[in-house]
Design a protein around this ligand. Structure first.
Ligand code: NDP
Length: 311
C-alpha cells in the first residue's frame, strides 16, 4: 500500500494543470494518467484557440509539454488507471489500480468525458482527425469553403452546425429521428432551420465512412426504409453527446442525472478532501482552456484544504 498526500486522477488539461499548480505548491502529486494519457486532446490535430499559442500547436504536443512542466516541479505520473475508490473516510481516501492500493489525504478528480462515436466497427479510426472529428470549435476553421455534416439532433449538434456556417460553404445536419423528435431547444432548432447554409437531413443514420486518405463521403441509411444513399462531404462532425468518465464514483460521490459529477462551490464534492475539475463535471463548456482553469481552481482549493488540516 502506497501513501500519498495528493492523488490526481486524469491527465487531460484539468488533471495536468492541477498537477502543475499543486507540484509548485510542493504537494508532490501523483497523477494517474488513465486509459488515454493526455486526454481528449491527444486525438486532435492542431489547436488554434489555446491562448498564447499564436501559431497554433498540436494537441499531443501541448499535453506532452504540460506533463513535462508538471514533472519539472516534482509531480510524478503513472500510466495506470484507477479502477476503484473508497471515499468513506475523508481523512484516509483509498484508491485501487488493479490489486495495488493507494491512500491519499486529498484527491483531485479530473477523469474527463469521452465523445460518443458512431461505433461502426469499420475502421472509423482511419479517418479520425482526417475529416472525422467531434469538435467543431477545435477543427471548424480547417473547413473553410468546404462541405461538412454534423450528426445529432441535440443542442450541441445545432450549435456546432451553426458555428460551422462561419467557415463551411454548406452544412448538413443529419439526425436519426424525425423533426418532431429533435431534442434541441426550440430556439436552437429555429436557428438551424432558418440558416441558409444549413440543410437538415432527418431519419438517417450514418452507416459507413468512405474515402482514400481523407474522408470524402458517408453512407446514409434511412431509419424507416433502410434505403441507402451517399453524401459527399469533406468533414463529419459528431455531436451525439459525451459520456463522462465517472463510473467508479457511483455511490461514493453525488452524480447528476446525466452522470456528470455534482460540484458545489466551484470544485468541491460531498467529501471534503475530494475535489473535482474539468469535463467530468462540465457538460457546458468542454474546452481545454476551461478544463485547465478548473484544474487550477481545484489545486488551489486542495492546497487550502490540506493547509487547514495543520491548524
Ligand atoms: P444530447 O444527449 O442532448 O443529444 C444527443 C443527440 O445525438 C440526440 O439527437 C441523439 O438522438 C443523437 N444520438 C445519440 N446517439 C446516437 C447515435 N449512436 N447515432 C446517431 N445519433 C445519436 O447531447 P448534447 O451534447 O446535444 O447535449 C448535452 C446537454 O448539454 C443537453 O442537456 C443540452 O441541452 C446541453 N447543451 C446546451 C447548450 C446550450 O444551451 N447552449 C449547448 C450544448 C449542449 P436521439 O434524440 O434520437 O436519441
Amino acid at each position: 500500500m502506497q501513501k500519498e498526500k495528493l492523488i490526481i486522477i486524469g491527465s487531460g488539461p484539468a488533471g495536468l494543470t492541477a498537477a502543475v499548480y499543486s507540484a509548485r505548491a510542493d504537494l508532490k502529486p501523483l497523477v494517474f494518467e488513465g486509459e488515454t494519457p493526455g486526454g481528449q486532446l491527444m486525438g486532435t490535430t492542431e489547436i488554434e484557440n489555446w491562448p498564447g499559442a499564436q501559431e497554433g500547436l498540436m494537441g499531443p504536443q501541448l499535453m506532452n509539454q504540460m506533463r513535462e512542466q508538471a514533472k519539472r516541479f516534482g509531480a510524478r505520473t503513472e500510466f495506470k488507471k484507477i479502477e476503484k475508490v473508497d471515499f468513506s473516510d475523508a481523512k484516509n481516501l483509498k484508491l485501487w489500480s488493479g490489486d495495488e492500493e493507494y491512500r491519499a489525504e486529498a484527491v483531485i478528480i479530473a477523469t474527463g468525458a469521452s465523445a460518443r462515436w458512431l461505433k461502426l466497427g469499420k475502421g472509423e479510426e482511419k479517418y479520425w482527425g482526417k475529416g472525422y472529428t467531434a469538435c467543431a470549435t477545435c477543427d471548424g476553421a480547417f473547413y473553410r469553403d468546404k462541405v461538412v455534416a454534423v450528426v445529432g439532433g441535440g443542442d450541441s449538434a445545432c450549435e456546432e452546425a451553426h458555428f460551422l456556417t462561419r467557415f463551411a460553404s454548406k452544412v448538413y445536419q443529419i439526425y436519426r429521428g424525425p423533426k418532431e423528435k429533435m431534442r434541441a431547444s426550440k430556439p436552437m432548432q429555429k436557428r438551424v432551420f432558418e440558416h441558409e447554409k444549413i440543410e437538415m437531413i432527418f431519419n438517417k443514420n450514418v452507416t459507413d465512412l468512405r474515402g482514400e486518405e481523407k474522408l470524402q463521403s458517408v453512407e446514409l441509411t434511412d431509419s424507416e426504409t433502410n434505403e441507402t444513399s451517399e453524401l459527399k462531404i469533406d468533414g463529419l462532425f459528431m455531436a451525439i453527446g459525451h459520456n463522462p468518465n465517472t463510473g467508479i464514483f457511483e455511490g461514493q460521490l453525488d452524480l447528476h442525472e446525466n452522470r456528470y459529477l455534482e460540484v458545489t462551490d466551484n470544485t468541491k464534492s460531498r467529501v471534503p478532501s475530494v475535489f473535482i475539475a474539468g469535463d467530468c463535471a462540465d457538460w457546458r463548456y468542454r474546452q481545454a482552456v476551461t478544463a485547465a482553469g478548473y484544474g487550477c481552481m481545484a489545486a488551489l482549493d486542495t492546497e487550502k484544504y490540506l493547509e487547514s488540516l495543520k491548524d
